[in-house]
Design a protein around this ligand. Sequence first.
Ligand SMILES: NC(=O)C1=CN([C@@H]2O[C@H](COP(=O)(O)OP(=O)(O)OC[C@H]3O[C@@H](n4cnc5c(N)ncnc54)[C@H](O)[C@@H]3O)[C@@H](O)[C@H]2O)C=CC1
Ligand SMILES: O=C1O[C@H](COP(=O)(O)O)[C@@H](O)[C@H](O)[C@H]1O
Length: 252
Amino acid sequence: MDEPVLLTGAAGRVGQAILDGIGDDYDWRLFDREPPTGDTDHEVVVGDVTDEDAVREAVAGAGAVIHLAGDPRPEAPWESVLRNNIDGAQTILDVAVEEDVEKFVFASSNHAVGHYEPERKPDLYREHDDFHLDGTELPRPGNLYGVSKAAGETLGRYYHDEHDLSFVAVRIGNLTVGHPPIDYERGQAMWLSQHDCAHLFDCCLSADYGYEIVFGISDNDRKYYSLERAREVLGYDPQDNSAEWDGDEKVV
Ligand SMILES: NC(=O)C1=CN([C@@H]2O[C@H](COP(=O)(O)OP(=O)(O)OC[C@H]3O[C@@H](n4cnc5c(N)ncnc54)[C@H](O)[C@@H]3O)[C@@H](O)[C@H]2O)C=CC1
Ligand SMILES: O=C1O[C@H](COP(=O)(O)O)[C@@H](O)[C@H](O)[C@H]1O
């Protein structure tokens, strides 16, 4: 991609994982309401994703947007997800279309489908269980944060259908850097390693697609999210698996 890639929420955990992995591979423009704490060689715009003027400055000339900025807390209150996640997503999608952005990558979440779990857990989190979600199922959010992520996916559907924007929602599992979550079966089922995270978002920038929903997890034996669509459409080829770890030690 010749044009800059706008990375919103760049100062956060997922943003850092992406920059650590593929920071040298694109011409990045970073956007966050928090100024970067360390030195960066990348262009930086500080602003709020609900501020249309700041968003326009950030989006102008970008070929693609990875939109991470938002409230990531599963327990976040409605006021916060309404503003930061739903209004923020609509603001930047609208500007992205006006500014002729080609691809829009949206950080959705496992919590958009969290209510498939209560009656199936804990078996669902174990290798022997064969229940899988594949991204074609209806959202069943497990909390208001999940509702905001389902709303972001639906906003993307609208901007794709109405304005032909290429849109992919990545339902990120549990990004944990260094090793999978310890003593947490749900987290091990949906672990996304730092390496696989950067690779997946790289795929989202390189592949051609119309509207997609994929799951953003590593190739964990315990997984109950299918990786087929991410493999087929994006060329995602995850290298990590929480089963290869015993606590914080890699044993395979
Ligand atoms: N970390 C994870 O395992 C998962 C993350 N996600 C999603 O990925 C995205 C990034 O998550 P993390 O990096 O973990 O969160 P984080 O809290 O570490 O980073 C979010 C960044 O967005 C910025 N931000 C928040 N609201 C903003 C606003 N209104 N305007 C401008 N900047 C704003 C914050 O300053 C922060 O730097 C979020 O949308 C989250 O919902 C989804 C599933 C799992
Ligand atoms: O969407 C998110 O999901 C992960 C995993 O959820 P959890 O409830 O099993 O911890 C969470 O860690 C992350 O903060 C959140 O943004």
